[in-house]
Design a protein around this ligand. Structure first.
Ligand code: PGA
Length: 255
């Protein structure tokens, strides 16, 4: 059986500035993914571009969103519902990114958003990560607590569509030199999988993909995928350059 490819998620954040640039970037990523054999890519543009980039989500290339609200319809000014996203061909949705958590989004809200997205049939990419690491390892307890609270109430039947993105805050936005080492990524992946096993049982804990994010670039992508034990990556700044991102997809396809 052919091994399932890694999932590379592009988080464009509040970029690019125009729809025409977004179309170019999106088209380049789609074409590159189609040329490759196994890698899966989900590109997450800002909300206003989603309708124009509407996509069937078939094959190995997907349209994602960067956030979602936890209700369908109602008096919620400025929010975007899971059903609106699905109607636009969105299949993946990031929830609880640290940049949203920094604006006051708590674990309880993250859990509600993830559950709403999953119920709508979207794949929820739940982000977790410690602010800093201490030598005695007490950040592990912080991480475990954040993980479990962010998944609270999510039924195990949705776990196949659940994706955990581990993003240490101290690595986000940095260059590959300052990213986490593949060895530490591996250790953390094992820790997160064990935390899932303890909380939900071995059978359910096997289902979610675990991704790493934070300063992933062309220079470290192959090493993190081959030695980090993760099933994919969340890429921020390096996904905003069509050529760089194409190189990264190719590298991921070859691992
Ligand atoms: P980065 O961002 O790749 O620019 O570090 C990752 C993220 O914030 O998701």
């Amino acid at each position: 059986m052919k091994k399932k490819g890694h999932l590379i998620v592009a988080n464009w954040k509040m970029n690019p500035a125009t729809l025409s640039e977004a179309r170019l970037l999106f088209g380049a990523a789609r074409r590159e993914t189609a040329r490759l054999e196994r890698v899966e890519a989900a590109v997450c543009p800002p909300f206003p571009y989603l309708a124009a980039l509407r996509h069937t989500g078939r094959g190995r290339f997907f349209l994602g969103a960067q956030d979602v609200f936890w209700r369908n319809g109602g008096r919620f000014t400025g929010q975007v519902s899971p059903e609106m996203l699905r109607d636009l061909g969105v299949s993946h949705c990031i929830v609880g990114h640290s940049e949203r958590r920094a604006q006051g989004e708590g674990d309880d809200t993250v859990a509600k958003k993830a559950e709403a997205a999953l119920k709508e049939g979207l794949k929820a990419i739940v982000c977790v990560g410690e602010k800093s690491r201490d030598a005695d390892g007490s950040f592990f307890a912080v991480l475990e607590r954040q993980l479990l609270l962010s998944l609270e109430g999510i039924p195990r039947r949705h776990f196949l569509d659940l994706i955990i993105a581990y993003e240490p805050l101290w690595a986000i936005g940095k260059s590959a030199r300052e990213a986490m080492s593949a060895r530490d990524v591996r250790e953390t992946e094992i820790f997160l999988r064990k935390a899932l096993t303890d909380a939900f049982g071995a059978e359910a804990a096997r289902l979610p993909r675990i991704l790493y994010g934070g300063a992933v670039e062309e220079g470290n992508i192959a090493e993190i995928l081959s030695e980090g034990g993760v099933q994919g990556l969340l890429v921020g700044h390096a996904s905003l350059d069509a050529l760089r991102f194409a190189k990264m997809l190719k590298a991921a396809d070859e691992v």
